[in-house]
Design a protein around this ligand. Structure first.
Ligand SMILES: [Mn+2]
Length: 356
């Protein structure tokens, strides 16, 4: 799936890389357990894990031909890795994910010095940002599964139903349809609570009249989906129609800006321009999107402050929103594949404003 060494960016030349961020471990060697440390050198790869995963690791660790599985006595993975490294080696660790205690444990058992440790964070993440066809297929399946439960769930919504129950119905449907898990805690936020960007489901009832934001995702084959639809209880008034139409137009404009070579900031700008022109620029307080893959938020960021450009094979969300305190909010989110010449929206669900 990925070359062991030599492609890590921003870390200088390394003799060894210690991969401890579990999604990166999974990406590089296929191991899905909750405790693992992958040591990569120019010539080989060693996965350290504990006794609970002896059988599982043997089954899963296949992607790197030479990957060996080592189960150290007393389960001290960092000590075991340290014992295998020369003192003169330049060793990369994932500084964004390694705890101070792990770093200290490693240095305690390594003959080398802290001055030879490098922060190699972001290198594997940069590789992961561009998906191969197998990964795109896995994301597509997750996105399609999530989309398939949207309309049937909307058909069950009634004014008075607690947000928690609406979220539960969505989640049950995702599991029933074969979901391995949820990408993140489901968001169902209704009425004035729909103005909360990340409103966790509460006991508040769905209103007689007002928006209901539903933001949810499912894991399939290890890969996540992410979608948001906003539906309306009762008849939408003129303001509700105007806000919805603006967010929908902004979402379409950002999707239309997606193509290889496009600046991520320009995609964000495409959405923001339309919302700002409609007078709600200050009510759009988050970035337009993010990469998805093994994790729900990964590279690239689709934000005003992003400096990178899109590459074919990246899979991102496009999710502008408008949130008016005390009144309500609208967000519309699709997963979009950057193709060789443009973009493909993977999320098949309708974006018409649905009422219940
Ligand atoms: Mn998202």
């Amino acid at each position: 799936m990925a070359a062991p060494m030599g492609e890590q960016r921003g870390s200088g030349r390394l003799d060894a890389l210690l991969v401890s961020h579990l999604p990166n471990v999974r990406y590089l060697c296929g191991f899905t357990g909750s405790n693992g440390l992958l040591l990569l050198t120019a010539s080989n790869a060693t996965l350290f894990t504990d006794g609970r995963y002896r059988e599982q690791a043997a089954q899963e660790v296949t992607a790197i031909g030479a990957a060996r599985v080592v189960i150290p006595a007393r389960g001290d993975l960092w000590k075991a890795a340290a014992a295998r490294l020369r003192p003169s080696a330049r060793v990369g660790i994932e500084g964004n994910h390694v705890t101070l205690a792990q770093r200290q444990r490693f240095l305690q058992h390594w003959a080398g010095s802290a001055a030879r440790l490098r922060n190699a964070s972001g290198g594997i993440e940069a590789q992961r940002a561009v998906k191969d066809p197998t990964e795109v297929a896995a994301i597509r399946r997750a996105v399609e599964l999530a989309s398939s439960v949207f309309l049937p769930t909307v058909a069950q919504l009634r004014p008075g139903m607690p947000e928690t129950e609406a979220a539960g119905r969505l989640e049950f449907a995702l599991r029933q349809a074969g979901g391995e898990g949820l990408s993140f805690d489901t968001i169902v936020a209704a009425g004035p609570r729909s103005a909360l960007v990340h409103g966790s489901p509460s006991h508040a009832p769905l209103p007689q009249r007002g928006f209901v934001v539903m933001d949810y995702g499912v894991i399939l084959g290890g890969y996540v989906s992410d979608m948001t639809r906003t539906v309306h209880a009762g008849r939408p008034d003129a303001r509700a129609r105007a806000v919805y139409a603006t967010v929908l137009e902004a979402q379409a404009a950002a999707v239309a800006a997606v193509r290889p070579g496009a600046a991520c900031a320009a995609v964000d700008r495409a959405a923001r321009k339309i919302i700002t022109k409609a007078g709600w620029g200050r009510q759009f307080p988050h970035s337009t999107g993010h990469g998805v893959g093994l994790e729900i938020h990964e590279a690239p960021r689709i934000a005003a402050t992003a400096s990178d450009t899109l590459v074919a094979g990246q899979v991102i969300t496009i999710e502008p929103g408008v949130y008016i305190p005390g009144w309500g909010g609208v967000r519309i989110e699709d997963v979009v594949l950057v193709t060789a010449h443009g973009a493909e929206v993977l999320t098949p669900s309708t974006k018409e404003m649905l009422s219940f």
